[in-house]
Ligand binder design. Sequence first.
Ligand code: SF4
Ligand code: SF4
Ligand code: SF4
Length: 207
Amino acid sequence: MDRRNFLKRLSVFFSALFVSGAILKRKLFVGFFSKEAEAAVNAVTNEKLYLRPPGALAEKDFLSTCINCHRCAQACPSDCIKYINDPLNPVLHDTPYIEPREKACILCMKCTQVCPSGSLQPIEDDEGETILENVKMGMAVVDTNICNSYNGYSCGVCIRACPFTEVALKTETWERPIVTDHCVGCGLCEQSCIHYPQAIRVVPIRG
Ligand code: SF4
Ligand code: SF4
Ligand code: SF4
């Protein structure tokens, strides 16, 4: 066998290994050992909440279906999708999440359109109604004890960063931010907050 053929076979072997691994993980968590798998998923979902990309299924279903292919991050133009690094926890390990203080989601919906497993449900990017209706990654919460606008200094930076100003994030006197039920949890307000630690942060929603 010449060198080129050998390398080709090697690459086919590793691709097959990757796909079987992904399928096996899915089977483990949704198929063959459903009771044990459910217990494992339940144990994990009782721990820390992660902010998942838009369109994510409810946490339990998300963990059961994500095949860790990394396509969502590859499609993300803002480079905001990270992967949990916890090899001792195979359910959580290598699943995508967003840390908005570092980099928030710009709501382009590209990750939702490439996910092959349905863990992220496809959402159209119409920069408005569809996103407001279908995206619920989390909910922003203001800490009025430290927010500048609630403490004698008109700020409003988060309000200007919100893609849905006056719909998801309203302005009160002194540019005090008021979060409404329309918040989609993108985290752009948290990323932009000039206070350290941040005075507005997104709490992930577990479906
Ligand atoms: S919607 Fe766009 S910016 Fe947000 S996580 Fe998905 S790909 Fe990244
Ligand atoms: S594209 Fe879908 S299946 Fe692949 S890692 Fe992202 S969420 Fe998981
Ligand atoms: S309030 Fe924050 S998290 Fe909610 S939509 Fe506006 S910028 Fe995004």
